[in-house]
Design a protein around this ligand. Structure first.
Ligand code: ATP
Length: 375
């Protein structure tokens, strides 16, 4: 499923040069974004970057100050929220405490004056979908947090929207339940063939559920890509740093050599130490200030110096080891006093692990594991 790679696909939703100002504050800046039918799309970014504002404009609760929003090619400016094929599920769930689960799910359908038989059928269908058939007669305060979240989801889906907007949908759930619910959401989205747009500041959640992610900063989109692309090939220092753990070091681009399978860049950092890296995130001229970046799990740590003297390598002393269960992170202090992180999967028993604090170690990596970031 990758309609965005086909130039002939028509976007389902298009934000076209959308700007939103509140007084003299610009919450969304000249933003253009396409989302495709049946896509599970995440807006990811720090608090206040404009995610919710973007979603509220699609739902019709706010109008853009400039630009337009197109749905299946039609400008939806001025169309009130209840006439849009969108439905928004709020973080607070906003369930009615005095109504049963079934009544909560039926509420929107009753407002629309659907025939009773139709309402009953849809409520039953939704209860089954979210696996709450036995809870139809309970009130929200007789449910767990996860069950309440499912009632809110059922209520949002009962009106059969084409696009479901989810604002931090799992924010109130504990970690284990969150993970389970993420897979349920993906299942439901795929079974119903709907387009889901989710707002989150949890990068792991966005990586797990999304077909594509837009990483936002201060009202602008920094990168739109699949989770793997965002992680493996971030287009900027900001995106690299926002998603996952990464070592980033300032350097200077010495030169770029074109080789059989791409560009091989040489970067000088750490007092003249040269690094050879295969991936250049965008064009830069020799002499340009760049950043060299590498994920800790791509760095190999060893007490032995590299056999190949021309390999990318740094030496230092182990300053601390963070044990994370599946992984251990080694924080290595380099000669210049800075630190560098290497992660290693804990496939061996702890007692068998040869590296401990204060050991002198070598950090090495293959040429294609590092990135050169130009902004
Ligand atoms: P969070 O993750 O904290 O919800 P967000 O990325 O969703 O953040 P928005 O809610 O879209 O951020 O807000 C973007 C910016 O616009 C914030 O600085 C916020 O204070 C401002 N803002 C949002 N709504 C209004 C409003 N009605 N009036 C004035 N400023 C607003």
């Amino acid at each position: 499923f990758s309609p965005w790679t086909d130039p002939a696909s028509v976007p389902f939703i298009r934000f076209e040069n959308v700007t939103k100002r509140f007084g003299d504050f610009t919450a969304v800046k000249d933003l253009t974004l396409d989302i495709y039918e049946r896509e599970f799309f995440s807006l990811l970014g720090p608090s206040g970057c404009g995610k919710t504002t973007l979603m509220r404009m699609l739902a019709g609760f706010e109008e853009p100050t400039e630009g337009r929003i197109l749905l299946q090619g039609k400008d939806i400016s001025g169309v009130p929220p209840y006439r849009r094929p969108t439905n928004m599920m709020f973080q607070s769930y906003a369930l009615f405490p005095h109504m049963t689960v079934a009544k909560n799910i039926a509420f929107g359908l009753e407002q629309d004056h659907l025939p009773k038989s139709e309402i009953d059928a849809r409520v039953a269908e939704m209860l089954k979908l979210v696996k709450l058939e036995e809870f139809a007669k309970r009130k929200p305060n007789q449910l767990s947090g996860g069950q309440r979240q499912r009632v809110a989801l059922a209520r949002s889906l009962a009106k059969r929207p084409k696009v479901l907007l989810l604002d931090e949908p799992l924010g109130a759930l504990d970690r284990k339940l969150r993970e389970e619910t993420q897979f349920e959401l993906m299942d439901i989205q795929q079974n119903l063939g709907l387009t889901f747009l989710i707002v989150t500041h949890d990068q792991e959640e966005a990586m797990t559920v999304s077909d594509r992610i837009a990483v936002m900063d201060k009202g602008e989109i920094m990168q739109v890509a699949t989770p793997a692309e965002i992680y493996e090939a971030p287009n900027s220092r900001y995106v690299a740093d926002f998603i996952g753990d990464i070592n980033i070091v300032d350097g200077k681009l010495e030169g770029v050599q074109t080789v059989a399978d791409g560009d091989l860049a040489t970067v000088t950092c750490y007092d003249g130490l040269k690094m050879v890296v295969a991936q250049l995130s965008c064009k830069a001229e020799p002499g340009a200030s760049v950043a060299f970046a590498i994920r800790p799990e791509k760095v190999h740590i060893s007490v032995d110096p590299p056999a190949d003297p021309s390999a990318n390598a740094l030496s230092g002393e182990v300053w601390d080891i963070g044990y994370l269960g599946d992984f251990s992170v080694f924080i290595v202090k380099l000669a210049d006093g800075s630190t560098f992180r290497a992660a290693q999967a804990n496939t061996h028993r702890l007692v068998d692990r040869p590296i401990t604090v204060d050991d002198k170690v070598w950090l090495t990596w293959p040429v294609d594991a590092g990135l050169v970031l130009t902004r």
